[in-house]
Design a protein. Structure first.
Length: 610
């Protein structure tokens, strides 16, 4: 904005000077100047004329409180989002002259907590309220009797989560509450972020940087944080600016007669400059099923071509296009129902949200979508513009990358199981999986970006043995691992445990595994097809059968990778690993658990689970 005499308290000469100066200032200079003026205002004595005398900068600095310029930034991250935000925050702090110690919670020595004055915690919540793997040990320490008093600590927490889960951002809430209980004082209030985290994360950064800078002759206003909260690649494309990528191949991997459909989709990244490594994920922004969108519009009595505002910039789209591409309509959350209740006088919906009916609310939201809500509570008549304004933005679907960029330059491959089921008398569809299965053909495009995951990576030493456990589509990243090891000539041993329902119809990428076994890229492979035998056999059963050899590999320094379903498979595999360590190593159950914890801390036990 250009200053003028008419829109400011300055005279013409001052306006001209400021208009020449302000556009030339760097962000750091703006921050310093803003902080200087704030300090000047706070310490000046107002004269009888109402003017404040200008104090020398040296006097202001001498009277300012002595605040540490050291900041510790800790992250707990499962897929890399919190870690990426922590890096961006650290960079901002360093630009303002702070000394920053950035660390994963798994690498941080908890005994150093007493030495810290400024602590920033960025952490996601995994599954049903659990800490991510690299935050488990720190979370346990902080909630133990060994945790020290922290009266000198100033802290703030940024929590990432998903409102479709009951215990939304629970890990961040745990850290925030516990640090306060130990005597810490908040630099800025905790901010809980849903899947669309850019704006709240930027606001939290601004708040924290302002608080730190106020006491360090800095600023309470920082601009441009949101733009910095992005992927670490050099590409211009990111989560908030996805690349329109052409689909090269879209195949069903399951054989005829299978009751499963698994799509292998090859996507071109040519011209995007998007980079990835094995272990990373690709984010795909899907579109809602057209049938569901049309049924919703009809049920609400809306007009498909009515224009609605889709963002804070005032951009408009037709209602149908907005519901197809911009908003999530297949998941019900408590925050959404609370917003809907404000738009309607429906007593039944109000009653569902009262205290004490949490279990009823959880039961209702499970497996239902927005059309169910509209029909069950007679919401017809709410204006379209008001309704879409409270909907959650369409979140991208993250898929483990199933290819090595060395083997397939300018391409990324994904392995996606199609989700279809019936409940409440209606057919339901996995939003992205059914779009890939039914409505995306070769030559069409998808909006994509790369989500780096530093917590699921091949060892730097190519001679290190690796053990990969990935039933079903969980095998996807291991196709990337072995493709990479083939291209780089890695010499370390590799062992794959894979399972699905039937050998004849559900053996994903069978020819490729057999080729890698023949060529020595894959040292050994054990498979479990649960429906081919009278008794169901899963990957954990194969692990137990090979327990002596598996433990020997662990003793040789092997890294264990697990990918797939978190609730059942990953839990069972974890228990099986503990049993093998206990039996083969002669440990107690507590010692076996500690063994696995040490493996996690040493990054020898890595999980990509969902």
């Amino acid at each position: 904005m250009v200053l003028q005499v008419t829109n400011s308290p300055f005279n013409q000469e001052q306006v001209e000077l400021l208009n020449r100066l302000l556009p030339t200032l760097t962000e750091s200079q703006r921050i310093w100047l803003n902080g200087y003026l704030a300090a000047l205002q706070g310490s000046a004595v107002v004269t009888a004329s109402g003017a404040a005398p200008v104090a020398p900068l040296a006097t202001l600095a001498a009277n300012a409180p002595v605040i540490s310029k050291e900041v510790t930034v800790l992250f707990g991250s499962q897929t890399g989002k919190s870690q990426g935000l922590a890096k961006k925050m650290s960079k901002k702090l360093e630009e303002l002259g702070f000394q920053v110690a950035l660390s994963s919670m798994a690498d941080f020595k908890p005994n150093n907590l007493k030495k810290i004055q400024n602590l920033l915690v960025l952490v996601s919540t995994h599954g049903e309220g659990d800490p991510p793997d690299n935050a488990i040990s720190f979370h346990e320490f902080l909630h133990s009797k060994r945790a020290p008093k922290l009266e000198d600590l100033r802290f703030s927490v940024l929590s990432l989560g998903d409102t479709s889960y009951e215990l939304f951002c629970q890990t961040g809430k745990d850290f925030d509450k516990r640090l306060e209980e130990l005597g810490g004082k908040r630099l800025a209030p905790r901010v809980d972020c849903d899947v669309d985290f850019d704006e709240p994360a930027a606001e939290w950064m601004n708040s924290v940087l302002g608080s730190l800078s106020e006491t360090s002759a800095g600023s309470t206003i920082v601009s441009g944080v949101g733009a910095a909260v992005e992927s670490g690649t050099e590409s211009e494309y990111s989560r908030t600016n996805p690349f329109q990528a052409e689909v090269l191949e879209n195949l069903n991997l399951n054989g005829r007669g299978s009751d499963r459909e698994t799509r292998h989709v090859e996507i071109s990244l040519e011209g995007s400059n998007l980079q990835y490594e094995p272990g990373d994920c690709v984010g795909i922004y899907p579109e809602n099923h057209p049938r569901l969108v049309d049924e919703l519009i009809e049920a609400m009595g809306w007009k498909a071509e009515e224009l609605v505002t889709i963002n804070k910039n005032g951009e408009k789209r037709s209602l149908r296009e907005a519901l197809l591409h911009n908003y999530e309509i297949t998941v019900l959350t408590k925050p959404l129902l609370e917003q809907v209740a404000k738009l309607t006088s429906n007593n039944g919906l109000q009653e569902l949200l009262v205290a004490g009916r949490e279990q009823d609310l959880k039961s209702y939201t499970s497996g239902r979508d927005l059309l169910d809500l509209v029909q069950d509570y007679s919401l017809k008549g709410v204006p379209a513009g008001e309704f879409v304004a409270i909907l959650r933005k369409m979140p991208a679907r993250l898929y483990s990358i199933a290819s090595s960029s060395k083997a397939f330059p300018d391409e990324v491959h994904v392995t996606v199981r199609t989700v279809r089921y019936e409940t409440q008398g209606r057919e339901r569809y996995g939003v992205c999986s059914v779009q890939l299965a039914e409505r995306i053909k070769s030559g069409e495009t998808l909006p994509v970006y790369i989500q780096n995951n530093p917590n699921f990576k091949l060892p730097e030493n190519s001679e290190t043995p690796i053990i990969m456990i990935g039933p079903g589509t969980g095998v996807a990243p291991f196709r990337a691992f072995l493709g990479e090891r083939e291209e780089t000539g890695a010499e370390g041993k590799s062992w794959l445990f894979y399972g699905d329902q039937h050998f004849s119809t559900d053996f994903l990428y069978q020819i490729e595994w057999q080729k890698w076994l023949k060529d020595g890229v894959l040292t050994r492979m054990d498979v479990a097809f649960s429906r081919d035998t009278d008794q169901k056999v899963y990957v954990q059963h194969r692990m137990l059968e090979k327990s002596a050899e598996l433990y020997k590999w662990l003793q040789e320094g092997a890294i264990v990778y697990v990918c797939g379903d978190e609730k059942k498979m990953a839990h069972d595999v974890h228990a099986t690993l503990a049993t093998i360590i206990e039996q083969e190593g002669g440990f107690s159950s507590e010692e076996a658990a500690e063994y696995l914890t040490r493996m996690q801390q040493q990054k020898r036990y890595q999980r990509d689970v969902y």
